[in-house]
Design a protein around this ligand. Structure first.
Ligand SMILES: NC(=O)C1=CN([C@@H]2O[C@H](COP(=O)(O)OP(=O)(O)OC[C@H]3O[C@@H](n4cnc5c(N)ncnc54)[C@H](O)[C@@H]3O)[C@@H](O)[C@H]2O)C=CC1
Ligand SMILES: O=C(O)C(=O)CO
Length: 322
């Protein structure tokens, strides 16, 4: 008998075909996200679950006595209650590496958009406001040959460094949970304590996972340390930043601009004050959202799933559950 799995998010046809070769399966057929009660019902008799972002907590695990593995189609796994999964001996996997370049490209897109005011000036042109004369009100900031500070020097962080160093001639500082001497040497980057990085950088990119240690890592005290010409980019998770403090920093000119791919509540509440600011460039969590990369991520998650429910150790078991 084949193992049984549930696919709780939309995936490309060829990925579904791969799962079908190895497993019996059911899937959430609609485009909208699966409601919690449907998910709780769906996991009752399955060996594996393919998802992303859904809370995998005690309640869900209690509903799923056969569950052996939850396979995220994402690299972030802050949706996992790691202690509860460990206790129930449920494997958890993610999709590292396949999205690094795609996310790093988007981070640079946000840096350029915020520094050169691209969305704001796009609206300006389309609203017919472009007139001959003094164009100094349209000036922005250079990205090239400035100092880039990256908080969270992991796989994506390193892909950002390569663009910054070799494409834009930037000086790169980094802060990380652990210092990385080999990466410092290979890529020519410099370790800095968090406060020093915040004080010295022209562009600050937050690229850590969301953990108890990184929740609200950047708040009022941290924005106060930044230059008033600094551009702040968050492509990690919304909860790493105090959004009220960010609103104040942007509206009071403590920093120049921000580029945000992530928010505390997603989809972002249309009443979120950050959306009213011309110097906040806002995106709907699209860091990895290209067709090729999303296919690679879904296939990576599917391989993890099939391996886990077939008695093999999946390639991308998350560190805390090894
Ligand atoms: N916006 C988007 O669409 C995407 C967002 N992400 C986010 O980016 C995160 C990072 O992804 P990867 O680079 O693949 O992960 P990674 O695990 O390779 O790198 C994360 C780095 O952050 C460091 N870190 C952890 N806690 C820290 C702390 N308190 N202070 C400083 N550094 C700390 C780790 O030591 C590690 O080097 C994901 O966990 C996810 O939340 C990832 C992909 C797409
Ligand atoms: O992979 C992740 O963690 C994302 O945020 C979406 O790609």
């Amino acid at each position: 008998m084949k193992p049984k799995v549930y696919i709780a998010r939309s995936i490309p046809k060829q990925v579904e075909a791969y799962i079908a070769e190895h497993c019996d399966y059911e899937k959430w057929e609609e485009e909208s996200a699966i409601p919690r009660e449907k998910l709780l019902e769906a996991v009752r008799d399955v060996d594996g679950l393919l998802t992303s972002g859904t809370a995998i907590d005690q309640e869900l695990l209690d509903q799923a006595p056969r569950l052996k593995a939850v396979c995220n189609a994402s690299v972030g796994y802050n949706n996992f209650d790691l202690a509860a999964m460990k206790e129930k001996k449920v494997m958890g996997t993610n999709t590292p590496s396949v999205l690094d370049d795609t996310v790093a490209d988007l981070v640079f897109g946000l840096m350029l958009a915020a520094a050169r005011r691209i969305p704001e000036l796009d609206r300006f042109v389309k609203e017919g406001k472009w007139e001959k004369g003094d164009d100094s009100p349209l000036f922005g900031l250079d990205v090239h040959h400035t100092t880039l500070g990256i908080i969270g020097m992991g796989r994506i962080g390193e892909a950002i460094v390569k663009r910054g160093k070799f494409g834009f001639g930037m000086n790169v500082l980094y802060n990380n949970r652990r210092r990385k001497p080999q990466v410092e040497q290979e890529l020519g980057i410099t370790y800095a304590e968090l406060d020093d990085l915040l004080k010295q950088s022209d562009f600050i990119v937050l690229m850590t996972p969301l953990t108890p240690q990184t929740e609200n890592l950047i708040g009022r005290d941290q924005f106060k340390l930044m230059k008033n010409t600094a551009v702040f980019i968050n492509a990690s998770r919304g909860q790493t930043v105090d959004e009220d403090a960010l609103y104040e920093a942007l509206s009071e000119g403590q920093i120049y601009a921000a580029g945000l791919d992530v928010f505390r509540d997603e989809p972002v509440n249309p009443a979120n004050r950050l959306l009213t600011l011309p110097n906040a460039v806002t995106l709907p969590h699209i860091g990895s959202a290209t067709a090729k990369t999303r296919l690679d991520m879904a296939m990576c998650a599917a391989k993890n799933l099939v391996d886990a429910v077939s008695g093999r150790t999946p390639a991308n078991l998350v560190e805390e559950l090894k």
